[in-house]
Design a protein around this ligand. Structure first.
Ligand SMILES: Cc1cc2nc3c(=O)[nH]c(=O)nc-3n(C[C@H](O)[C@H](O)[C@H](O)COP(=O)(O)O)c2cc1C
Length: 280
């Protein structure tokens, strides 16, 4: 595609994603990368083609170059390869068979241990034992996760993050021998995609992109209106993708409220504290 075609495709992809026009300035560099980001879609089916360890290493190297809070480098990746171990990790989430199907499975971790060791090795007291000491590695790890997805998608691979692994965080930590102050933020399935996935819509930028300050009214009615409009667009998109005779599409709000009608991962705080973090 030449630049004009790529700019057109980017414009259309963003219109589909947000339901509103986003201008693409003329003569802008990096259109291919922007288009790849704009058309991102999570996949849950892969071909049988292997994702070789060397390729995983390349993706991990690109991902671990993510920015790092105070240059503390508090994120690690575990490439789960040994078949017996993989089977044990997969068995933690039997409800998601795409984990077992994925040619590669990584677990992205926040690592607050390295920071503490700097002090231990110097015989200095660690003076940052509070919630920020947990939050910073979590943010670093999230950036590495995002970078892994971007690197994989740039190489033509497809991904599915797996936070449901955290439902069994203590067992996962045991299986992967995570030391104190190390915690999983998500797994990541990587493989060569089967077919094309349509993009999932996002809330309009009028709701999520703020200029200078939140213009949300105190009771949230502006956001409510954006969500109602989004729900209508979501239902229409789902309906257009369903085969004739399928059950009617439901709204994004209804699906999310149903998904979270029962509490999830109530023991996460206990796990984080058991790993040694003080979350005050
Ligand atoms: C941190 C994180 C955890 C996720 N965990 C899961 C998961 O456990 N299982 C799953 O199938 N998808 C998981 N997803 C994928 C989301 O469901 C997906 O990103 C969302 O539906 C939006 O779709 P899209 O990425 O195609 O736009 C996760 C995504 C993120 C960012």
């Amino acid at each position: 595609m030449d630049d004009a075609d790529t700019a057109g495709a980017l414009h259309r992809a963003l219109l589909e994603r947000f339901g509103e026009t986003v201008e693409v300035p003329e003569g802008l560099d990096g259109l291919d990368e922007l288009l790849r980001m704009a058309t991102h879609a999570t996949h849950r089916a892969w071909t049988d083609r292997a994702v070789e360890p060397g390729l995983v290493r390349l993706l991990a190297a690109c991902a671990l170059g993510a920015p790092s809070k105070s240059y503390l480098q508090q994120a690690d990746i575990v490439d789960v390869r040994e078949p017996g171990l993989r089977a044990e990790v997969e068995a933690l989430v039997p409800s998601m068979p795409w984990i077992a199907d994925a040619p590669a499975l990584l677990v992205v971790c926040g690592n607050g241990r390295r920071f503490r060791r700097l002090f231990e090795r110097r015989g200095q007291p660690f003076t940052n034992e509070h919630l920020d000491g947990f939050f910073n590695p979590a943010v670093d790890a999230a950036l590495v996760l995002m970078n892994l997805i971007r690197a994989a998608e740039a190489a033509g691979l497809a991904c599915c993050p797996i936070s449901v692994l955290r439902d069994r965080a203590a067992r996962l930590a045991e299986l992967l021998r995570m030391p104190a102050h190390v915690f999983p933020i998500a797994g990541l399935c990587i493989g060569w995609p089967v077919g094309h996935r349509d993009v999932n819509a996002r809330l309009p930028l009028s709701a999520t992109l703020h200029v200078d300050r939140f213009d949300e009214d105190r009771d949230g009615r502006r956001d409510d209106a954006a969500i109602d409009a989004f729900d209508a667009r979501y239902v229409a998109a789902q309906a257009s993708r369903r085969p004739p005779g399928a059950a009617p599409a439901t709204a994004w709000s209804d699906e999310r409220a149903r998904q979270y009608a029962t509490a999830q991962r109530e023991d996460w705080g206990d796990f984080v504290r058991a790993q040694g973090f003080d979350t005050r």
